[in-house]
Design a protein around this ligand. Structure first.
Ligand SMILES: O=C(O)CCC(=O)C(=O)O
Ligand SMILES: [Fe+2]
Length: 431
């Protein structure tokens, strides 16, 4: 490691050791008990290579997202966790304690009932949870991911009341995550957990009360909004003694330096340190691209975005950002290639019933941006009196189609309508 990055890596090791020790004190540690087999789970994959920088540690299984066929918590256990969380939240509100600062990047909405950190719950509840971890949950993770010496470093009980907003797509600050809905699914509509990469349905995974969903914390995911009712969920963040998660910690350090301290250079050191151990982590490349952009290093920023786009094809944000940057540099043809490839990867999945809202939003604006590029190129072609207008003839119909699709959810949008009218006119001229 470079001399620049090694102190940050040492820092990450220290945080890991501290967290592991604290976790073991409260939540115990896994002891290699058996008891689970494949038949106890249904599982799906986000695709090898899409489960974050610690996937390599999970023995070729990190890409799997598993849910139990039977409950791991009884109805009354679920109810008592909700009650304890409500008590903790109301006490905290009474004494005006700040919301957990490590979660400040979450969009906390007015509709949120709040969240209770497990480590703050009364000892008898923690003891009960520790028993459940020993009997069921640690063995479950060991059996699914073939890892050992696990502990919960902390967890949350989250409550939301309709109408709530979806969380941003994120990774958790841990190695493995267990997610257990505490509310009966009949008590809300919407909800569930969106898992990026479940292309076959793209809808959030909704499991029954008391069942457990477990996944590598590096899988990109988000709690989904509810439209009616109330939803409580228990989330357990687990780490392993001998996996310090340097890349994940460096990424968090970089974001904190960038956003909280405005210290661009320190942020870059963190991202570089992370990349020195996880060169193919798309989020670290995204982080580096933001630093480059902030420093005005445009071509370095392009390079990082390009790396991110290639390394993580499940999300088209990097591709779209590249397109935007190329448009800003007045290179509409190059930008169009980016938007084309993003739209090809999205493949109209955003138009399916119940599609994830952020995907709909990204696809919508990508279609409009792509059409804008096509129009710019076609206008340029029209101005050149002598030139053949083959490009316009071949590309304008697609742009018109994209604008028509974009008009779907907002048929009265005058801006899109006028673009579409101009595209039709340019096509007539080209023919
Ligand atoms: O609400 C859910 O199902 C997911 C919650 C989650 O991902 C989190 O709180 O980190
Ligand atoms: Fe999460």
């Amino acid at each position: 490691f470079s001399t620049l990055s090694s102190p940050l890596i040492q820092l990450a090791h220290k945080s890991h050791d501290k967290e592991y020790e604290a976790g073991v004190n409260i939540f115990g540690t896994s002891s290699g008990v058996a008891g689970w087999s494949d038949g106890n789970f249904t599982s799906s994959s986000v695709g090898v290579g899409n489960a974050g920088p610690d996937e390599y540690y999970l023995n070729g299984r990190g890409h799997n997202v598993c849910s139990t066929r039977d409950p791991v918590l009884s109805k009354s256990e679920c109810e008592s966790f909700i009650m304890e969380a409500q008590k903790a939240i109301s006490t905290r509100k009474a004494v005006k304690v700040e919301v957990d600062p490590s979660r400040k990047d979450w969009e906390v909405t007015n509709s949120d009932l709040g969240e209770a950190r497990l480590s703050g719950l009364p000892p008898d509840i923690l003891n009960h949870l520790r028993g459940i971890l020993d009997d069921k949950l640690y063995p479950m993770l060991e059996s699914r991911f073939a890892v050992h010496n696990l502990t919960v470093y902390d967890g949350l009980i989250l409550g939301s009341i309709a109408p709530s907003q979806s969380q941003p797509v994120h990774r958790d600050a841990s190695l493995l995550t267990i997610n257990i809905p505490l509310s009966d699914s009949a008590g809300y509509t919407g909800g569930g957990t969106y898992i990026e990469g479940f292309h076959e349905h793209d809808n959030p995974v909704v499991i029954e009360r008391g069942h457990a969903l477990c996944h590598a914390s590096g899988v990109m995911h988000a709690g989904n909004a509810i439209q009616t009712g109330e939803r409580w969920v228990l989330v357990l963040f687990c780490i392993a003694q001998d996996e310090p998660q340097i890349a994940r910690r460096c990424h968090a350090g970089g974001l904190a330096a960038f956003h909280d301290d405005g210290d661009v250079d320190r942020a870059f050191q963190y991202f570089e340190a992370g990349l020195s151990v996880a060169p193919s982590d798309h989020l670290l490349h995204m982080g580096a691209s933001r630093v480059h952009l902030a420093r005005g290093e445009i071509s370095a920023s392009f390079k990082s975005l390009n790396a991110a786009a290639n390394l993580y094809p499940l999300c088209q944000q990097a591709n779209v950002a590249l397109g935007d940057a190329l448009m800003a540099k007045k290179r509409p043809r190059a930008a169009l290639r980016r938007f084309d490839s993003a739209l090809e990867a999205i493949g109209d999945r955003d138009l399916l019933d119940g599609a994830w809202m952020p995907l709909k939003a990204l696809a919508w604006r990508t279609r409009v941006s792509a059409a804008t590029c096509t129009l710019l190129c076609a206008e340029a072609e029209v101005e050149k009196i002598t030139e053949d207008r083959g490009w316009s003839r071949s590309r304008l119909p697609e742009a018109i189609g994209r604008l028509s699709t974009a008009l779907g959810p907002c048929p009265d949008n005058g801006y899109i309508q006028s673009m579409r009218a101009r595209a039709l006119e340019l096509l007539r001229i080209a023919e």
